[in-house]
Design a protein around this ligand. Structure first.
Ligand SMILES: [Zn+2]
Ligand SMILES: [Zn+2]
Length: 215
């Protein structure tokens, strides 16, 4: 059976998301996903809370985090504790030390300071994958470049929504057979989904951030 996971979802433990763990679970299942990773900004709280709430053995919740480094944002999966370092190489090492998996989030986004500003050729042996389809991409070429780079450097490809709101959950996803860990190790994952209307998510975040400032 091919499994479908959305590997990049922010919960209320990210300041820019309104998604409560129980809502994430409910929507993810309704949209036919077999698993998710909750990846809050520099925190694993959302992942821990969502995984505690999940009682369904046929649905996997991965405790993750989106870690901001000086050179890019890294998605860490299967984490035991929060990673505090801001140094890319150190973050990749810390993820590995915890037995986790590392994926560079939206490596070629046009948004400054969120893209990868480090030569991939130098970290290809340290990182497991590239987010080849980020549901919040502004233009399709951002994802196309990530897809090509994953192929070139023989890295796993992941697809994920980067959800901060309800409408986004499950819009982009990773397809694989068996266990996610093994599929990533063997580079046997596929990234699929949509970026149509991806701007709605961004506009929504902007409004939500303003709302949080005043209320
Ligand atoms: Zn990000
Ligand atoms: Zn994100």
């Amino acid at each position: 059976m091919t499994k479908k996971y959305d590997l990049h979802i922010h919960s209320i433990y990210s300041r820019d998301s309104s998604l409560k763990p129980e809502i994430i679970l409910k929507i993810a299942k309704k949209r036919g996903l077999n698993g998710i990773a909750v990846t809050d900004h520099d925190s694993i709280k959302g992942g821990v809370m969502t995984s505690k709430l999940n009682k369904d053995k046929d649905f996997e919740v991965i405790v993750g985090s989106e870690i901001k480094t000086k050179h890019c944002e890294v998605l860490g999966y299967y984490l035991q504790e929060k990673i505090k370092s801001k140094d890319l190489l150190e973050v990749l090492d810390k993820i590995k030390e915890q037995g986790g998996i590392s994926v560079i989030a939206h490596p070629f986004t046009i948004i400054p300071r969120l893209n990868l500003r480090y030569p991939l050729s130098e970290i290809k042996g340290k990182v497991d994958g590239l987010e080849a389809l980020n549901g919040r991409a502004v233009f399709p070429f951002e994802n196309k470049k990530a897809f090509d780079a994953a192929k070139k450097y023989k890295l796993a490809m992941t697809g994920s929504s980067d959800s901060h709101s309800r409408i986004e959950v499950g819009r982009a996803f990773t397809l694989f057979n068996g266990e996610l860990r093994t599929a990533i190790a063997k580079r046997k994952t596929r990234a699929e989904g949509l970026i149509r209307y991806s701007k709605i998510g961004r506009i929504w975040t902007l409004h939500y951030k303003l709302y949080r400032l005043f209320f």
